[in-house]
Design a protein around this ligand. Structure first.
Ligand code: MV4
Length: 496
């Protein structure tokens, strides 16, 4: 057991974890770099320890400094949050070797799921559907043979890869020799491992993930999240539930997700990611951490996932021994990043000189900034998450639009205008989504002023952004529907 937690993170997730600890009656100690000296998480925690310079390598990524801080503060547990060391099996092992409780899954589970080839093999053995594919390929001749077995088009992927690097679509045998050579060279350059394998290419799948929660006795699922709206493998908007799957598919995916977690002896909160296309679903990977988008699940189920992690870490039964509640209503999360959607989402830095956040029924702001915060170049660009909950998807979209209009952040460019444009965009409103949504809808949230737009385009070109913005169409039309006002407010789920 423990009564004080060191939060080995910063920003909005550090604030979120500190609050959950306090609600569990646990003490907290924050860590901070020189750049975060006056950050909200430092002020909120019961205690705070400086761990180093602004560079993550000297602070939030330093295992030795984090463990020294835990010892100095008398913390009995460490919560990694997400990012930084959150899926680093070595960190989890070092925490436990120091006699502390790691608030997350066993290190072995982290390690297996972190190796895409081992994870895939373990999933196949557990009967979890994976995308039809091959083992690592010895030559382009073998690649052609395997591609014919799988069926063109195929996707060549780096065995040691992830995050979409080094993926090459091959539509016919004649293209294979060139593509196989490029994929092999890119994999070797990016990962020091040139092994490449082939998979059936899913042209426009949805990215749907299942939240799971496990203690020593059982593993339960807490429903799905629709995460198809991503840009360069960074999620931007997440929702729960996914209105693109029916209850039968939902049950099948949930059962498979639980099986995947059990296959690696999972504990704590975790997420099993799938690609879904044509009524079929395929295991993509498992995230062995609390995720950025966890609030949408919390809002539709009433379960506080971070508190559940803290309870499981203290040996208490998940959900108090009860059954997971059925999802109610619809939740949407917009990630508010300090990025300029008018300039290919180039990061924006500066001092926050105005901050107004919306409140009201079904509106939640999980933020890591305050007025006066310095937004620098050292860490990821996430300022906070705006999350809404309402009776159904249409009502949630209306609530999100209203909340976005009430969110004012001065001093940096943000993704707020882009999110507002998405809420008005017809394909989004009709839920006609896939992982290609962002590339198929360029120019959303672009500045309406042609002069400014040209400047933004020039800046993006100068910044050599790989995904050069295409010729910008006009900003999304602001279609205002004649909504009949909010339908009856859905009673929030019971909180554990
Ligand atoms: C795929 C795919 C289509 N077909 N595999 C991207 C990162 C890596 N985790 C796996 N990814 C993909 N694998 C097959 N056989 C499309 C993607 C993909 C993607 C997947 C999920 C969310 C966003 C994505 C963006 C681009 C490509």
């Amino acid at each position: 057991m423990f009564d004080k937690v060191l939060i080995a993170n910063r920003g909005e997730i550090a604030v979120r974890i500190i609050r959950a600890c306090h609600e569990e009656g646990l003490g907290t100690v924050a860590v901070y770099s020189d750049a975060d000296r006056r950050a909200p998480h430092v002020l909120l925690a019961g205690g705070a320890i400086r761990i180093g310079g602004a560079a993550a390598a000297e602070s939030y990524l330093s295992i030795d400094r984090l463990l020294a801080a835990a010892r100095e503060a008398g913390a009995g547990a460490v919560h990694p949050g997400y990012g930084f060391l959150a899926e680093n099996a070595g960190f989890a092992r070092a925490v436990e070797a120091a006699g502390l409780v790691y608030v997350g899954p066993p290190a072995d589970a982290i390690e297996i799921m972190g190796d895409k080839t081992r994870a895939r093999a373990r999933m196949v053995a557990a009967g979890v559907p994976v995308i039809p594919g091959s083992d690592p390929l010895a030559s382009s001749r073998e690649a052609v043979r395997e591609a014919k077995r799988i069926g063109f088009p195929v996707l060549l992927k780096a065995a040691a890869g992830g995050g979409g690097k080094g993926m090459h679509v091959v539509s016919e045998a004649e293209e294979m020799a060139g593509a196989f050579g490029r994929a092999t060279r890119e994999a070797q350059a990016a990962f020091g491992d040139g092994r490449v394998f082939a998979e059936r290419f899913l042209r426009a799948p949805r990215h749907i993930e299942i939240q799971v929660l496990a203690d020593d006795e059982r593993t339960v699922d807490l429903g799905e999240r629709e995460c198809s709206i991503q840009r360069r493998h960074q999620k931007l908007i997440e929702e729960a539930p996914s209105t693109a799957i029916d209850d039968a598919l939902r049950r099948r995916m949930a059962e498979v997700a639980v099986r995947a977690a059990e296959a690696v002896g999972y504990r704590s909160a975790g997420t099993v990611e799938f690609l879904v296309e044509g009524g079929e679903f395929f295991f993509l990977e498992m995230n062995t951490r609390i995720q950025v988008e966890h609030p949408v699940t919390e809002l539709v189920t009433g379960v506080d996932l971070v508190r559940q992690q803290l309870r499981v870490a203290r040996g208490l039964p998940l959900l108090g021994g009860g059954e997971p509640p059925a999802a109610r209503g619809h939740a949407i999360e917009c990630r508010i990043n300090a990025e300029d959607p008018g300039a290919a989402f180039v990061p924006s830095t500066g001092r926050i000189d105005r901050l107004e956040v919306p409140t009201g029924p079904g509106v939640r702001w999980d933020g890591g900034i305050r007025n006066g915060s310095e937004v620098g170049p050292h860490y990821d660009s996430l300022l906070g998450k705006l999350v809404v909950h309402a009776s159904d998807r249409e009502a949630a979209i209306r609530r999100m639009r209203s909340a976005l209009e009430g969110l004012v952040i001065g001093g940096v460019e943000t993704t707020v205008p882009w999110h507002l444009a998405v809420m008005d965009e017809p394909d989004y409103r009709m839920n006609d989504l896939s992982i290609r949504y962002v590339e198929e809808h360029p120019g959303l949230g672009e500045t309406a002023d042609p002069g400014l737009r040209d400047v933004a385009m020039a800046a993006a070109v100068l910044l050599e952004d790989r995904d050069r913005p295409r010729v910008v169409s006009g900003g999304a039309r602001r279609a205002r529907d004649g909504g009949n006002g909010m339908s009856a407010w859905v009673r929030a789920g019971r909180e554990w």
